[in-house]
Design a protein around this ligand. Structure first.
Ligand SMILES: Cc1ncc(COP(=O)(O)O)c(C=O)c1O
Length: 469
């Protein structure tokens, strides 16, 4: 069936087959069908008859008559001087035929799971101003498909920022912008699998989605146990692999930094065996004690891929992350990134470049770092005074802490009780990758709720824990 698009008065109308020897009947049935199928919602204003007639190439009277007929049938309503619109009674389906609405998933009212910054703290005004400035100055070619490594202007801004703020040895030509760390990891795992690496060492506790990415790309996993000094990189596991994924600045989810001797050990290992370290620096901007933890990458830039993301510092919905690559991997990663056909949007890249270069990114990080630190302190002191049997660790950095549950208390029981009270929680067991078992605990994301919901979320958490501990 032929289809017609009418664009009268700025309204795109998708009508089926308004043609043939009986245009009025065809228009009537096309409009009837559009209302019945719900494509034209109740209250939608229809284009003026003159405009629609011009769009469709039919006489104006044809449209006037068709509208009149549908008004008479109750599909449309019209008032002189106010135009014609889809009538209230013209429900798209007879009630009996209407598909039942799927039961709405009930999102928890309060959320203390890790993984998200406070989305309501996104710097909308500053971001819009940066986007406006960047777009006004950008040449037309910047809106084309572009370089699979990402836009030059963003890679330049990132190189300067990462060197200054994270101690990364970065040049724009070694940076590849990706759709969050996850896409960077996908591409790196493909490169590893293609090189015959076969196996990737991961921390015994880590992000489950990242392990899935590696397995889906054909890599087997070996697990490195974790202690108070971070991943145990001299454990012997690395003897059998050529690649390791680490969170050195802030172990996810346990929260410690990789000890200096272990950083040197893993950098030496990589240089000695020609191995690769993937350094996931997902929340490196958020450190609350005085001891700065810079990037491991600077110890062995030819063997470490530094990976960063805007998902914690700004918002995961931006889907912007970046890899700083060893020289020898840059071309291959770029080619594989090109092959994914998933490049990051150039307007967001331009905006981020301008946001960083104009100092907006630093200001935002400083602002939210202060707010998160206050939240952390409030959560930790509430837990200490209300449920002293719960031991809280991983305080020095990031957007979450780990609350160890007293023995005998099951994670799942606490999570279920909290869910019944409208609070979403996550257990430590979700992150567990291997044999090492650190016992029941909660990973509490104190950045997740918007500011107005934080106190209630913490109060509910304490009430739930008081009930079980
Ligand atoms: C350990 C870890 N790494 C990286 C990320 C960021 O991933 P992405 O940049 O794909 O949003 C997260 C997000 O939750 C994370 O928990």
């Amino acid at each position: 069936m032929r289809e017609t698009w009418a664009t009268s008065a700025g309204l795109d109308l998708h009508l089926d087959a308004v043609e043939g020897s009986r245009p009025r009947a065809a228009l009537e049935s096309a409009l009837r069908e559009a209302v019945r199928a719900g494509r034209l919602a109740v209250g939608t204003a229809l284009p003026p008859s003159r405009a629609l007639a011009l769009d469709l190439g039919v006489a104006r009277n044809t449209v006037v008559d068709a509208y009149g007929q549908l008004v008479a049938e109750g599909w449309l309503a019209a008032r002189h001087g106010s135009g014609t619109w889809v009538a209230e009674r013209a429900s798209s389906w007879p009630a009996a035929e209407r598909p039942a609405a799927p039961p709405a998933a009930q999102p928890a009212r309060y959320d203390l799971r890790p993984g998200s910054p406070d989305l309501s703290a996104f710097p909308r005004a500053a971001w819009l101003a940066a986007a406006r400035r960047a777009l006004a100055a950008a040449p037309a070619r910047s809106l084309g498909y572009g370089d699979p490594r990402g836009m030059q202007v963003l890679r330049m801004a990132l190189a300067e920022y990462l060197a200054r703020a994270r101690g990364v040895l970065a040049t724009p030509d070694r940076i590849v912008v990706c759709a969050g760390f996850s896409q960077g990891l996908e591409v790196l795992c493909e490169v590893l699998a293609a090189s015959g690496a076969g196996e990737l060492a991961v921390e015994a506790y880590g992000h489950v989605a990242h392990r899935q990415v590696a397995v889906a790309r054909g890599l087997r996993l070996a697990t490195l146990p974790v202690d108070a000094d971070g991943a145990m990189v001299s454990d012997g596991v690395l003897d059998a692999v050529r690649a390791v994924l680490l969170t050195p600045a802030h172990q996810f989810p346990l929260g410690m930094a990789l000890a200096p001797a272990r950083r040197r050990h893993v950098a030496d290992w990589a240089a000695r065996v020609g191995g690769l370290v993937i350094e996931d620096d997902y929340d490196g901007e958020f450190r609350y004690d005085r001891q700065a933890v810079g990037a491991l990458q600077a110890l062995a830039p030819e063997h470490v891929v530094y990976a960063g993301t805007a998902s914690k510092s700004l918002a995961p919905g931006l889907r912007l992350g970046w890899l700083v690559l060893p020289d020898k991997l840059t071309d291959e990663v770029t080619e594989r990134k090109r092959a994914t056909l998933r490049l990051s949007g150039s307007i967001d890249q331009l905006a981020l470049a301008e946001f960083i270069s104009s100092g907006g990114y630093d200001r935002q990080v400083r602002r939210v770092r202060l707010a998160y630190r206050q939240r952390r302190d409030r959560m930790v002191s509430a837990l200490a005074s209300e449920v002293p049997r719960v031991r809280v660790t991983g305080l020095a950095a990031g957007l979450h802490v780990v609350a160890a549950l007293p023995s005998g208390v099951q994670e799942q029981d606490v999570i279920a009780l909290a869910a019944a009270r409208g609070l979403a929680l996550q257990g430590l067991a979700d992150s567990r990758a291997g044999k090492q078992d650190l016992g029941p605990a909660l990973v509490l994301g104190y950045a997740t709720p918007p500011a107005h919901a934080f106190s209630t979320a913490v109060a509910r958490l304490c009430a739930v824990l008081r009930a079980v501990c």
